[in-house]
Design a protein around this ligand. Structure first.
Ligand SMILES: C[S@@+](CC[C@H](N)C(=O)[O-])C[C@H]1O[C@@H](n2cnc3c(N)ncnc32)[C@H](O)[C@@H]1O
Length: 295
């Protein structure tokens, strides 16, 4: 989701076709013609999207026509088909819910690696519940909980079978989990406010800034998670957060002061920073403050 990246799934098209223009277009029902149409209209992953639209329509011409017209307005594909594949797992995605991105998959995969078979994990800012669902699928005996502040997200994550709580970060989670959690993972909002206009131009035609806005330097929510995670993590527990750009450097002092060790910066094959993985040492170091900097 980061503006640090130009390659997220959200960036799969380059311009919005206004609804009126979409209405005047003839919608073909074969892969080649549909792909050509989407390519002409600026969709970068035209062939892949065409295949998904055709599969979704299942031979129903009316359904295909309506779906393509919605897509031509820039509406996210997953909102139209209602599904996305994340870490190879089918995830339901409802309208108004953040669409999980492939660039979050490495953080999710590392969270699976760090979660013991009978362990406990928290997926903060869960959205559709994609990461929680991946964790639960790979660790069926573990307890996996999640939270999100958006009601549409909570409903969607629930439909994905996730134990999800409505509210701000850790606030709605059961208190009996304190100091018993093996993994805290989150794709929290981390785009610096000044960079929001750099996101794909149709992003905020359909979405709000709630999923993206991380404050001045993008670290406002990330810092809150660093500060509050020690209340829930066991000694030796893992914290995995998606972030980008120089944010790992910006967080270095907080990580040290709050008792995190073995900080690893996760990068993709192009060398772009995608996240951090760290371990909570848990030797009595407590959060500096529980209330400062709240939402
Ligand atoms: C970037 S999306 C990530 C969703 C999901 N983790 C994924 O990767 O698909 C961020 C999510 O954080 C939620 N959110 C934003 N601020 C929050 C807060 N303070 N507490 C809980 N959830 C929050 C939004 O509603 C949104 O669903």
């Amino acid at each position: 989701m980061s503006s640090h990246s130009s390659s997220s799934a959200a960036s799969s098209r380059s311009r919005v076709l206004p609804t009126a223009a979409a209405e005047g277009i003839a919608i073909a029902s074969d892969l080649a013609s549909l792909s050509a149409l989407l390519t002409r209209e600026g969709f970068i992953a035209a062939a892949e999207e065409s295949q998904q639209l055709l599969t979704f329509a299942g031979g129903d011409g009316g359904l295909l026509d309506a779906a393509v017209r919605r897509r031509l307005t820039g509406e996210p594909l997953a909102w139209i088909t209602g599904r996305v594949s994340f870490c190879g797992i089918d995830v339901r995605v409802d309208p108004d819910v953040y669409v999980p991105r492939w660039l979050s998959e490495p953080v999710a995969s590392r969270a699976v690696e760090r979660l013991p078979r009978d362990g406990c994990a928290i997926d903060l800012c869960t959205g559709s519940g994609a990461i929680a669902k991946v964790l639960a699928t790979h660790r069926p005996r573990a307890r996996v909980l999640a939270s999100d502040v958006a009601r549409a997200a909570v409903a969607c994550a629930t439909a994905n079978g996730v134990e999800v709580y409505h509210g701000d970060l850790f606030a709605p989670l059961p208190r009996d989990l304190e100091h018993r959690v093996d993994v805290v993972v989150g794709v929290v909002p981390y785009v610096p406010t000044p960079e929001l206009p750099l996101l794909q131009r149709d992003t905020f035609t359909f979405e709000t800034t709630l999923s993206y806005d991380g404050g001045d330097d993008g670290t406002r929510v990330l810092r809150r998670v660093l500060r509050d995670s020690p209340r829930f993590l066991k000694p030796g527990g893992a914290l995995l957060l998606e972030l980008g750009g120089d944010q790992a450097v910006l967080l270095a002092d907080d990580l040290t002061h709050l008792g995190y060790v073995n900080v690893t910066v996760l990068a993709d094959e192009d060398g772009d920073v995608r996240g951090i993985e760290t371990t909570f040492r848990g030797d009595g170091v407590q959060p500096l403050s529980r209330s400062a900097g709240g939402p």
